[in-house]
Design a protein around this ligand. Structure first.
Ligand SMILES: NC(=O)c1ccc[n+]([C@@H]2O[C@H](COP(=O)([O-])OP(=O)(O)OC[C@H]3O[C@@H](n4cnc5c(N)ncnc54)[C@H](OP(=O)(O)O)[C@@H]3O)[C@@H](O)[C@H]2O)c1
Length: 279
């Protein structure tokens, strides 16, 4: 049995599907019930990572756990999570972290991810850390304005980054949970090419078969928008990465291809699967 935390999110939803397809029993944890029906062999459990004791009964007997830390890590106590995973003798943990846990060693925005990596690094659980760059699914933030007025607004229009398809992250997590040989490994997960916001908008326009107007926001305009749905340190840290990425953040990692034995999916593949959100 596998336990997937954040089971209704971009990565978790796809991971649950892959594990179920592989014949695993899955406990899918999130605070709210999933909007869509779950595959066979999947049981939804209402649970909150900020009250880890409530998750404890569902960890017993798990062959592996997929863990993420939502938002800026508010209310999540990594040490308590470690205690519960060790008490349940969970043999294998896949932690969804971020490339920025390594590339931004002193940024407050990613302190919670550095902290949880640090807590699990010397634990009895055999861990694997997944460190993705920016998700292709962040483009869903454009869906409403594309639908309503055929326009996209974003800062740093021409700064290209190798955004990763969350389905590739899920595919890597699936392998790591079910295969040997990944314990103690840290995988940097990116897409196959760097692509700027302007090029991403063009890919959405092409999939829709209709032109889109691109508006380049200033950093301040983008910051004001982001503060509506994320804590300030996370917004600032994200803008730093989007505007002035380090060399490491721009680098295309071989890890998706190494683990999956096939190339990472391009942004256009993510758009093709998600074009309905922009119609
Ligand atoms: N987006 C990026 O560009 C990017 C880049 C690098 C790393 N990351 C990391 O990726 C993670 C987000 O992954 P995602 O996009 O797959 O997630 P997501 O789509 O934002 O979904 C979050 C999932 O976690 C659940 N959740 C939220 N708070 C919870 C809580 N307190 N207890 C239990 N479940 C909770 C949500 O369901 P409920 O709301 O129903 O609980 C949902 O299933 C974050 O840790 C982020 O740091 C993101």
């Amino acid at each position: 049995m596998m336990v997937v935390m954040g089971a209704t999110g971009n990565v978790g939803r796809e991971l649950v599907r892959l594990l179920a397809e592989a014949g695993e029993e899955v406990v899918a944890v999130a605070r709210k019930a999933p909007a869509e029906p779950l595959p066979r062999r999947v049981r939804h459990v209402q649970g909150d990572l900020s009250t880890p004791a409530s998750l404890a009964p569902h960890l017993r007997g798990a062959a592996g756990v997929f863990l993420l830390v939502p938002g800026g890590g508010e209310g999540v106590d990594p040490q308590a999570l470690r205690t519960h995973l060790e008490a349940a003798r969970v043999p294998r943990l896949v932690l969804l972290s971020s490339l920025a846990a390594a590339t931004r060693p002193s940024a407050p925005s990613h302190a919670h991810l550095r902290a949880i990596e640090g807590v699990f690094r010397d634990s009895a659980v055999r861990w694997t850390f997944l460190r993705p760059g920016g998700f292709a699914s962040n483009a869903l933030a454009w869906a409403a304005s594309v639908r309503a007025e055929r326009s996209v607004a974003a800062p740093f229009a021409d700064v290209a980054l190798p955004v990763v398809d969350p389905a590739d992250i899920a595919a890597v997590a699936d392998r790591v949970l079910r295969e040997d040989g990944h314990a103690g490994k840290v995988y940097a997960l990116t897409g196959p090419t760097a692509i700027s916001p302007r090029q991403q908008a063009a890919a959405v326009a092409e999939a829709l078969g209709t032109p889109l107007r691109f508006v380049e926001w200033s950093r301040d305009e983008a910051r004001a928008m982001m503060l509506r749905f994320m804590p300030e340190p996370v917004a600032e840290g994200t803008l730093d990465i989007l505007g002035t990425p380090t060399e490491e953040e721009q680098r295309i990692s071989p890890d998706v291809a190494r683990v999956l034995g096939r190339p990472a999916s391009p942004f256009s593949a993510w758009v093709e699967r998600n074009v309905a959100a922009f119609r």
